[in-house]
Design a protein around this ligand. Structure first.
Ligand SMILES: C[S@@+](CC[C@H](N)C(=O)[O-])C[C@H]1O[C@@H](n2cnc3c(N)ncnc32)[C@H](O)[C@@H]1O
Length: 210
């Protein structure tokens, strides 16, 4: 990795930053999924999780925190260690794996999940890769499960196409929140099935580190 992703996380220290505002929206979307989940384990897959702030914020103090299982995948060893501490302190059973999240071998064993979190990925991979990730949802998420994702809306805003791709993949949009053009977008979708008939690709995306 060439970019300093630990430094990228510093914007979270400013509650007025777009990143902090986005975190509130993502956290609310994650919490809504937890609140609406039937009793029992809630299996989660969070790719490129960074410090796992969204899951941590949603789980902290939540009565269902102990039901959260699955894994969060992060390439940076330092960030993965922080995520592991955060998720354990929040009372979850989510395992953190320090690995390339774009390669399905690192997380395929936990799928299909109840909740797939794709935050901070779609702005760092090609449009073709975004499309491939979304087309993989039927294999990654169990019918009735949810996806929470983010994508900035700078330049040529691709979020309308991403939302259509989710619809094409059998998903119903629960919410799409954005403060406006040029800012962040946060989507929440429910996968309505049927399950996948094709396997998950070995390489689902390649993170294009600037
Ligand atoms: C934009 S940040 C998003 C972090 C977190 N999801 C959030 O929204 O706060 C992108 C994260 O992806 C991680 N990353 C970059 N390439 C990766 C890869 N191939 N596999 C897993 N994580 C990766 C970075 O270290 C960084 O933590």
């Amino acid at each position: 990795m060439s970019r300093d992703w630990a430094a990228w996380h510093r914007d979270y220290a400013d509650p007025g930053s777009d990143l902090s505002q986005r975190l509130v929206v993502v956290t609310d979307a994650v919490r809504a999924v937890i609140d609406g989940s039937p009793a029992g384990p809630i299996r989660v897959l969070s790719l490129c999780c960074g410090e796992a702030r969204d899951l941590t914020a949603a789980a902290t103090g939540h009565a269902r925190a102990g039901d959260l299982t699955g894994c969060a995948v992060e390439l940076s060893g330092g960030l993965a260690a922080i995520a592991a501490t955060n998720l354990a302190d929040a009372g979850t059973g989510i395992e953190v794996r320090c690995a390339d999240a774009g390669r399905s071998v690192h997380w395929l064993d936990v799928t299909p999940v109840d909740l797939l979190i794709l935050a901070g990925i779609f702005g760092n991979i090609t449009d073709d890769d975004i499309s491939r990730v979304v087309r993989s949802v039927p294999a990654l998420v169990r019918p009735g499960g949810h996806v929470v994702w983010t994508r900035h809306r700078r330049g040529d805003d691709i979020t309308p196409r991403v939302r259509q791709w989710f619809a094409d993949a059998g998903c119903t949009e629960i919410a799409f929140h954005s403060p406006g053009a040029g800012k962040y977008g946060v989507g929440a979708h429910r996968f309505d099935g049927p399950g996948a008939t094709t396997p998950v690709p070995e390489v689902v995306f390649r993170f294009t580190d600037p």
